[in-house]
Design a protein around this ligand. Structure first.
Ligand code: MN
Length: 494
């Protein structure tokens, strides 16, 4: 089956007229969109005019008027009864495939050989984790089984990429997908063309896959360099213009910032300053970029509010893309800051960690630790995620303003909490700076952001990030009281 991936550097995201004319001329009669199309009013109308039946599969926020497609699959449609609103793009596709499989099976079209869709949950898992969708409900089930499929995947491209990472002999984890596989598979689309990643994922054998995986590794290294440069530039701008204390929302643009990378940098900046952040690439009179939010703030709604300054926008509450006249940037920033201030209390502009229970070291028996570990993977929106914080290091509201923290003795208290302290995760690998371990209980403290190296980079690049609240020594000297939290603080990445 032919596929078409828009080159986002040339065409932006999603459908565009030029591609639809090409597809129609090539004789395409059915077009299934993936992860896009829900706002493509004109393009879908054009396709239908040219005799193409369009089936939209998407998970982005639908506009008030839907495109005139043959069918629309999007759990966010107001009338859609499907319970899982957290499906990512490939999750929606998987639903289409299971329904198609059932229909074809009923029609007797498969004969004896039914396709095994479960095997492809490795791909669903990649998308679900890469899009940082909440791992609750059905997503949790998809990822639980998908990680097992990924571990024993038969796709030569995924085997090759896992081999390069040196992890192919271990069970696949959300961490491996989130921090290793997904950034690499995304890198080629950011810098060049996503076709390289498709070629890798569909490679026929190990021989074909190896050079593709190596090429993707190289592009990813390039992506990382660009990202670090932009990140340093943003920190420097915020230090220069705001003394490192930006207003309620961050909007910055630069011609030198690579449009394919601004989104991931926006995620880092949003996390570092705890502010909704838009970063844009300037190209003549056009600014195009990407935004990331903080949990309490609906960025898509905010852009909708600012729509008169925008040419185009779309996305989710936590991540969005936008295009506008560069001349409108100051107005957009003004309006966004005003809207953020009006919408969020100052407290909501501070990260929080909800503490649910207080336990002593003695209560953390191997059985309890095993139970906590069974709640893994700890990702965004996953209510079972467990973190344990030493009491002496969970600061009160005063500590967030720089005074030493006092323990919060009350369970179910929501403590103001510097984003650098991630607490303890049961059963996670330890070692390296900024982490401390209690080997006896297999508990590990994480004292830096989930993105490894983030704190160090940020420290080099600009403002002093909030100090880690946990030090290795503190773990052993806090009197053995730990707190359990089910708020994992993971942020959206789009
Ligand atoms: Mn998506």
């Amino acid at each position: 089956m032919p596929y078409y991936i828009p080159e986002r550097l040339r065409h932006g995201y999603g459908l565009h007229a030029e591609a639809i004319r090409q597809l129609a001329a090539a004789g395409v009669r059915v077009l299934i969109t993936v992860d896009c199309g829900i706002t493509a009013q004109e393009e879908v109308a054009l396709a239908q005019q040219l005799g193409i039946d369009v089936i939209i599969t998407d998970h982005h926020q639908p506009p008030a008027v839907l495109p005139p497609a043959l069918a629309v699959l999007n759990p966010h449609q107001p009338a859609c009864p499907y319970p899982n609103k957290d499906l990512c793009g490939v999750g929606v596709v998987f639903k289409l495939l299971t329904a198609l499989r059932a229909a074809l099976r009923q029609a007797g079209l498969f004969g004896e050989r039914l396709p095994n869709l479960k095997r492809h949950l490795d791909l669903v898992t990649l998308g679900t984790i890469a899009d940082v969708t909440p791992l609750r409900g059905e997503n949790r089930i998809l990822v639980y089984h998908g990680l097992q499929e990924l571990t024993r995947t038969r796709k030569p491209g995924l085997q090759a990429l896992r081999q390069l990472s040196g992890r192919s002999d271990k069970p696949a984890s959300t961490r491996e997908v989130g921090f290793y596989l997904a950034p690499r598979l995304n890198a080629s689309g950011r810098l060049d063309s996503a076709a390289h990643s498709v070629a890798l994922l569909t490679a026929a054998d190990a021989q074909a896959a190896a050079p593709l995986a190596a090429a993707i590794e190289a592009v990813n290294a390039q992506r990382r360099t660009l990202q670090q440069e932009i990140e340093a530039a943003v920190h420097a701008r915020l230090a220069r213009d705001y003394d490192g204390r930006p207003p309620a929302a961050i909007v910055l643009a630069d011609a030198a910032w690579h449009p394919g990378v601004v989104g991931i940098v926006a995620a880092k900046i949003a996390q570092a300053y705890y502010r909704p952040t838009l970063l844009l690439h300037l190209d003549g009179d056009t600014a195009r970029g990407s935004g990331r939010s903080i949990p309490a703030f609906d960025l898509y709604a905010a852009l909708h509010h600012c729509a008169r300054w925008l040419r185009q926008y779309g996305g989710h509450p936590q991540a969005a893309g936008l295009t506008l006249d560069a001349a409108h940037l100051p107005r957009l920033q003004q309006e966004l800051v005003r809207y953020t201030q009006a919408t969020l209390s100052p407290a909501a502009l501070q990260p929080t960690l909800e503490l649910e229970a207080r336990v002593t070291l003695d209560e953390l028996t191997p059985e309890v630790v095993a139970q906590l570990a069974s709640l893994a993977p700890p990702r965004r929106g996953q209510p079972g995620a467990a973190a344990v914080c030493p009491s002496g290091t969970v600061p009160d509201a005063g500590a967030a303003r720089g005074r030493p923290g006092a323990a919060r003795p009350v369970s179910r208290a929501a403590a103001r909490h510097p984003p650098r302290c991630r607490g303890l995760w049961p059963g996670r690998a330890s070692g390296g700076a900024g982490r401390a371990a209690c080997a006896r209980h297999r508990l590990y403290a994480r004292t830096q952001p989930l993105e490894r190296g983030g704190a160090r980079r940020a420290a080099r690049a600009g403002p002093a990030p909030p100090r880690p609240a946990v030090s290795g020594k503190a773990i052993d000297t806090v009197g053995g009281i730990f707190y359990i939290s089910t708020n994992s603080q993971r942020q959206g990445r789009g």
